[in-house]
Design a protein around this ligand. Structure first.
Ligand code: SAH
Length: 420
């Protein structure tokens, strides 16, 4: 195996279990005999050593400033063949993650939707697995995880007893420039294909999953990400608590998650807005399934900024608004513009809230931290001149854990505001 030797003192963060080795920390690379090129291959398993020769761990090599994403630290040394080692490690990590979700009470009759693996938060950097009933949807964010996809699928069906189908969906998540063997999408575990009835339901978009007693149509074949945004589950439940008797506006609604909870919470009216027609079709299907012939829900296909401006011009107001936009900043260099975007959309929303109303506002941009987001919302509030107080500070839920040694894993932030 190739060995990555760090510069003196650069082992400190690895000894504190930080799962990334930056390229600047590397003193030299000792390639194993199989290499012809001067560099390790992207995605290959490498061993990391300190300058004085201590084995620190093993992980996947990556091209870029994060050079190694560590899967194991010193105490889990490499033994046996690489394939045996990675299979055993994946099984151990997946079993531990599953046990944790069970202990947290996420697997219930009225809830079979949860994130099983959240990258660094479950000590498997580069891997995301979402579970919808008996199907797991796998996303690889690194070439290393792409290479292990078969072993990942086998470990999931062995360790997670409800799951008998694993779908791989990494066309949008794998590093852009990497040379990657196909396919990047498709079933990894074939058993679903044998189950003709279920498989045709998926093909026709009639697969339903349950979150806190509400049914959602999940379409991992055509939907965004793995098909659903599980990370807002607890925040949706909080909306349910505030919804009674209110006129609710759910902006950037996608599948209508927040709308369904608001309807169950006896909202007076719920308007769901998204720019994508596919999302609006999903919201309508989800509302119809849970609240047939619902008279007080309306879904609108529109750009959020335009919609808010138009509604404002018509003097329309709401008691509760939810703003859950897509990541405005996907990279560090986009942060400034993103903050302007957050300020603009929040100011528009605050202006449209009736006195004594509530705003749920979120950012899922990893590059925008809690303080910066709060400052953008502060600027928005100041711009409107309304009196605003913070009622709750929200974040990602328990099945999206943050490894305490890897604070970069915190990405979802939310504020619940009381607008006088
Ligand atoms: N709140 C959702 C997740 C939102 S994801 C949930 O609970 O599941 C972000 C959504 O914003 C996507 O559905 C995307 O189609 C939509 N979107 C992106 N840009 C938009 C825009 N300018 N106006 C309205 N919707 C937009």
């Amino acid at each position: 195996m190739t060995t990555i030797i760090l510069k003196p003192r650069k082992e400190e963060s690895v000894l504190r279990f930080h799962p990334w080795v930056f390229s600047g920390a590397i003193a030299r690379i000792v390639l194993d005999a199989t290499h012809r090129a001067a560099e390790p291959e992207e995605g290959e398993l490498v061993c990391v050593q300190s300058a004085d020769g201590r084995v620190l761990g093993a992980g996947h090599w990556q091209v870029g400033s994060i050079a190694v994403r560590l899967l194991a630290f010193g105490d889990e040394r490499i033994s046996g063949s690489e394939d045996e080692w990675i299979s055993a490690l994946l099984r151990k990590r997946i079993a531990a993650a599953y046990r944790m979700r069970q202990r947290l009470g996420l697997l219930r009759e009225d809830n079979n939707t949860y994130r099983l693996i959240h990258g660094e938060g479950d000590m498997l950097p580069g891997l995301v697995v979402d579970v919808y009933g008996n199907t797991a949807v796998v996303q690889a964010h690194s070439v290393g995880m792409h290479r292990c996809r078969k072993a990942i699928a086998e470990a999931i069906v062995e360790e997670v007893k409800e799951v008998d189908a694993v779908y791989y969906k990494s066309d949008d998540t794998l590093p852009f420039k990497a040379e990657i063997s196909e396919p990047k999408v498709g079933y990894l575990v074939e058993r679903l294909k044998l189950n003709v009835e279920r498989s045709s339901k998926v093909e026709s978009g009639e697969f339903w999953s349950v979150e806190n007693g509400l049914s959602f149509r999940i379409d991992w074949l055509r939907g965004q990400k793995t098909g659903f945004f599980i990370d807002q589950r607890e925040n949706r439940a909080l909306v349910e608590r505030y919804a009674a008797g209110k006129d609710v506006l759910n902006m950037f609604c996608y599948t209508g998650g927040f709308s369904l909870y608001a309807l169950r919470g006896r909202a007076k009216s719920v308007h769901s807005v998204d720019v994508s027609q596919k999302a609006i079709d999903l919201v309508n299907a989800n509302v119809e399934r849970n609240f047939p012939n619902c008279p007080n829900h309306k879904a609108v296909t529109a750009d959020a900024f335009d919609y808010l401006s138009e509604q404002r011009a018509q003097g329309h107001q709401y008691d509760l608004i939810i703003l859950d936009p897509p990541a405005f900043a996907k990279h560090r260099d986009a942060v400034k513009n993103a903050l302007r975007g957050y300020q603009r959309i929040n100011a528009k929303a605050i202006e449209m809230i009736r006195p004594g109303g509530i705003l749920f506002t979120f950012s899922c941009s990893q590059a925008v931290d809690k303080e910066a987001f709060r400052l953008a919302v502060f600027s928005a509030a100041a711009q409107t001149g309304r009196k605003v107080r913070i009622l709750h500070q929200l974040h990602q839920p328990q099945d999206h854990p943050i490894n305490i040694y890897h604070p970069e894993g915190e990405y979802l932030k939310g504020l619940v505001l009381y607008v006088e």
